[in-house]
Write a new protein. Structure first.
Ligand code: NAP
Ligand code: MN
Length: 267
């Protein structure tokens, strides 16, 4: 809905702060009311920074459905669509409705401890479930409630399609076109010996299946890291990972092409 309210988020760099000042002037002179931080009546969210800034904005606002555009003052920017110098063109296209919305799915997990207390995590890129660097961890993994393997190693990563080009790619996962709504489960340094056996490649799960993780030694600290935000747990009994209900609505120009971005970044 066109409310005339735009919420702006900015990371800490001086370049982003300068871009923020300029964009706010442009928006105000066009009659928009600009707010710092999330306003639930905003018609548009603007995030100035790199992909990390985009992720932090999503976490800070709890993954709102409001359309969001990223202004890139970071690096290549998988989420960040617009260069600061193209902002006027963006605003003209935005006002004419000359853009598309890319819907990005999210991943969530519910962690339950020995006393039955639960906590949840949500992420746009990935959830990493790991031990400390000092030891390997052992998990019993199940898919859709059915036991599949006993994992041993550093941990596992459950990435969304949008997150497939981030940490997932570094640990040997596949790049996934974000039009595919799936979860990619990738082992991090799996041990494969006569004593331990687990998949060495990624496995792909449809959006309606849950991955169950039961840590073997519940006294070891297990870290759940969503988009780089880490939390450690002792005495975890079970973790259930699945696709989350929340979707991010990212504004893209009509010439946006995921594979072009991939080619620019990796080849
Ligand atoms: P960071 O350590 O500063 O960022 C790692 C890099 O990942 C940055 O270059 C970031 O881009 C880029 N990135 C983030 N999301 C991406 C995506 N969807 N596709 C391609 N590249 C992406 O941490 P951060 O900036 O807070 O980002 C958090 C993310 O870092 C996590 O979600 C995880 O995916 C990633 N990470 C990667 C590794 C690894 O590759 N070994 C290890 C830990 C975490 P910008 O420079 O534009 O921010
Ligand atoms: Mn970063």
């Amino acid at each position: 809905m066109k409310t005339g309210i735009v919420s702006v988020f900015t990371n800490e760099t001086t370049l982003s702060a300068d871009v923020e000042t300029l964009l706010k002037q442009k928006l105000t002179s066009k009659g928009y009311k600009v707010t710092d931080g999330y306003d639930n009546e905003a018609e548009l969210l603007i995030c100035i920074g790199g992909d990390g800034a985009f992720l932090r904005t999503m976490h800070r606002c709890d993954f709102p459905e409001t359309p969001i555009v990223g202004i890139n003052t970071g690096h290549l920017g998988f989420f960040q669509e617009v260069w600061p110098e193209d902002f006027d063109q963006f605003l003209a296209d935005y006002e004419r409705g000359n853009y598309t919305i890319q819907k990005l799915g999210t991943v969530m997990c519910k962690a339950t401890d020995a006393e039955g207390n639960t906590s949840t995590h949500i992420a746009l890129n990935e959830l990493a479930i790991t031990g400390s660097n000092a030891y390997s961890i052992h998990f019993d993994l199940s898919i859709g409630g059915k036991p599949i393997e006993r994992f041993s190693g550093d941990g596992i990563l459950v990435a969304t399609s949008a997150g497939s080009t981030a940490y997932n790619y570094s640990v040997g996962g596949s790049i996934v076109d974000p039009r595919l709504n799936l979860l990619q489960v990738t082992p991090i340094a799996p041990m494969n010996t006569t004593a331990y056996r687990s998949f060495t490649s990624s496995i792909l799960l449809p959006s309606d299946l849950t991955l169950g993780i039961v840590p073997e030694e519940s006294d070891k600290i297990i870290y759940i890291t969503g988009d780089g935000i880490e939390k450690g747990y002792s005495h975890l009994k079970e973790i259930e990972v699945r696709t989350a209900d929340k979707c991010v609505n990212l504004i893209r120009f009509s010439d946006y092409d995921f594979w072009n971005k991939v080619k620019e970044k990796f080849l």
